[in-house]
Design a protein around this ligand. Sequence first.
Ligand code: TMP
Length: 208
Amino acid sequence: MFITFEGIDFCGKSTQVELLKKYLEQNDHKIVIIREPGGTEISEKVRDILLDKKNNMMFIETEILLFAASRSQLVREKIRPFLNENYYVISDRFHDSTTAYQGYGRGLPVEIVNNIHNLSIGETIPDITFFIDIPVEEAERRKAAQGSRSLDRIEVSANNFYEKVRRGYLEIAARQKRFKVINGMMSIEEIHKQILNEINLLHKKELN
Ligand code: TMP
């Protein structure tokens, strides 16, 4: 099963990836965790370029193609081979991040974004995607509270950019059945429980 987590920065998805990993490991499943951009030696190098604040001259077209380059490598080097071996592949972000951030956030046309997805991922679409939804003001509060960690090139973006990204995610959710919107204002435990419920439901459907 291919499971992805999505949301605006500081939505809490990485915590949920960790909790799901622990749960599946305890239940003796074969799992692999990846993050985007990154996840392979080549993709991690592309990640460094993408997130480096010094690269503030990066054009939107360069940005989307670098995300797609990182993902193309990851899909072929890791995701497909692990899925073929019946692993649970869990990814902290995937192609929906590009649709939300570069499409809705930066304003690149949806058709162009979809064409790029066709090349980079082809048929490798997640079985289920958890969109952990928080208001932008909450993300802002969490960002301020964590204080010490320095922000990357994308995290320094203004709130109105994040509003567009969030709206983008909600539009994708309205169209895609695999998208599960989770209220990110619930407690960590409640969110985890809801995620497990959804995965169990999907399993049951597949068995029928
Ligand atoms: P992370 O903070 O979740 O590791 O993600 C890195 C940043 O890159 C985050 O601000 C979201 C952004 N991003 C995009 O803009 N487009 C993408 O396709 C991906 C995967 C991430």
